[in-house]
Design a protein around this ligand. Structure first.
Ligand SMILES: NC(=O)C1=CN([C@@H]2O[C@H](COP(=O)(O)OP(=O)(O)OC[C@H]3O[C@@H](n4cnc5c(N)ncnc54)[C@H](O)[C@@H]3O)[C@@H](O)[C@H]2O)C=CC1
Ligand SMILES: N[C@@H](CC=O)C(=O)O
Ligand code: NA
Length: 435
């Protein structure tokens, strides 16, 4: 790759929406500082948009609707992609990487599906592929996993990686606001994906979990490998029940090494969970993210910051842009894919977890013993029981000790069929405390 000592680094920006607009602002406002930090000017060569007349905030001469022509122009060194979605982002970035252009992207959906193909194209030309903004927004999390902790053995990565759902859940918990109200506000604030179901159904967090697991465990994990549950099933009653138990509800991404008889594997899951209000993650509010990383030598680390929003995300994009611009100016090279371990992803059923189960039952003698017998039959230990009688029925709340998700799920299914059980009101996993 040619050196760029002092020669301007020319940047093609794909997309000028919530994040792209802030990328343009930072590039223009910080031009002098970026030149000093890189050792060469960093210049916008063009901005690909769908509707040029919608972008009065940027110089008209930079705007184009022909993204393919822009990414293949000889005069472009770096492509920054903040369009989102799979196509045409995938085709555009493959063209750019194969032409030897460095790529910076925030596109977790794309990386969680096609990172192997993108890394292969990068290796073929020697181009850089950076994507810090794809997970946990502004938080420098991926570079520590790819570089700072590359000499350690990471065992677990767990936390809140979706700002939209955390904004919703913490709003429902603190102000009693409705799900719809908080989702609408998150969308207005620019946190949500173009299609917010990606957030609330857990797809966004699953993409991020796949990226985290791939980097942490040096294996290939895709979004399809991730056990995924969203927050649509979380009710105000669930949040109140959690509060009564000194807990709060969060959407967690949990990636961990697991060892079974047939060797080591990976568990990767995204689901709502009750965590103790004493846990640091319980204090993560709004669109903030927080992720715990555990490694053999480093021990436990916590990363915290804004996980969504145009400016916070653009900060991570610019950090990557400075890195690839420096590499091009001073003949450096960023990290490549590291998938040598090739660990298998284990099914969710084999994963140990705990359940909080809320039941409506007939209020008569022997109900508790019938329910307890089902737990015993599945070798699931009960950690806590609370029963409250009403006029003609009762509520029964059970918190279990750790068992495999398969055993817990079978237990709930069997209990739901007992004549004395009127309704399985809710089932939610419990995380973040001794099992
Ligand atoms: N909004 C946020 O807080 C964060 C977003 N991201 C990721 O950043 C990317 C962009 O997100 P946002 O800026 O929020 O989305 P956005 O929807 O606000 O902006 C995307 C822009 O790309 C344009 N676009 C779509 N297809 C195009 C095409 N073929 N050619 C040219 N322009 C095209 C759209 O018109 C829109 O203006 C997504 O991959 C998202 O997952 C990552 C972290 C945080
Ligand atoms: N929609 C995403 C944006 C950042 O990745 C989120 O809410 O976290
Ligand atoms: Na990040």
């Amino acid at each position: 790759m040619a050196s760029h000592e002092g020669k301007p680094i020319r940047v093609a920006l794909l997309g000028c929406g919530t994040v792209g607009t802030e990328v343009v602002r930072l590039l223009i406002d910080q031009a002098a500082d970026l030149t000093a930090r890189v050792g060469a000017p960093v210049e916008l060569a063009g901005i690909a948009v769908r509707k040029p007349n919608k972008h009065r905030e940027v110089p008209a001469e930079l705007l184009t609707t022909d993204a393919e022509a822009l990414v293949t122009t000889d005069d472009v060194d770096v492509v920054v992609e903040v369009i989102g979605g799979i196509e045409p982002a995938r085709a555009l970035l493959l063209s750019a990487l194969r032409a030897g252009k460095s790529v910076v992207t925030a596109n977790k959906a794309l990386l969680a599906e096609h990172s192997a193909e993108l890394f292969e194209a990068a290796d073929g030309s020697g181009a850089d592929l950076y994507f810090e903004a794809a997970v946990a927004g502004a938080i420098p999390l991926l570079r520590p996993l790819r570089e700072s902790l590359a000499g350690d053995r990471i065992t677990r990565v767990m936390g809140i990686v979706n700002g939209t759902t955390n904004f919703i859940l913490s709003g429902m918990d603190s102000t009693g606001a409705s799900y719809a109200e908080t989702l609408e506000e998150a969308t207005r604030l620019g946190y949500a994906e173009a299609d917010p179901t990606a957030d609330v159904d857990g797809f966004d967090a699953a993409s991020k979990a796949a990226i985290l697991a791939s980097l942490a465990f040096h294996s290939r994990v895709t979004a399809a490998d991730v056990h995924r549950e969203g927050i649509a099933s979380v009710s105000a009653a669930d949040i109140a029940a959690a509060k009564a138990l000194g807990r709060t509800v969060k959407l967690l991404a949990i990636c961990e090494r697991v060892t079974h008889d047939d060797g080591e594997g990976i568990s990767v899951r995204v689901h709502p969970a009750m965590i103790p209000t004493s846990h640091p993650l319980a204090s993560v509010h709004g669109a903030f993210n927080a992720v715990f990383v555990e490694a053999d030598a480093a021990g436990e680390m916590m990363f915290y910051g804004q996980g969504a929003g145009g400016a916070p995300t653009a900060s991570a994009v610019l950090g990557d842009l400075v890195a690839v611009a420096r590499n091009r100016t001073h003949r450096g090279r960023g990290p490549r894919e590291s998938a040598y371990a090739g660990l298998p992803v284990r099914p969710m059923g084999q994963t140990p977890t705990r359940y909080h189960i809320s039941l409506d039952v007939a209020d008569r003698a022997g109900v508790l013993s019938q329910v307890a017998a089902v737990f015993a039959e599945h070798d699931v230990s009960i950690a806590a029981v609370r029963q409250e009688g009403r006029v003609d029925d009762a509520s029964l709340v059970i918190v279990t000790h750790a068992a495999t998700d398969a055993a817990l799920r079978s237990t709930v299914d069997k209990i739901g069929g007992l004549p004395v059980v009127r309704e399985v009101v809710s089932v939610m996993r419990v995380e973040g405390e001794e099992s």
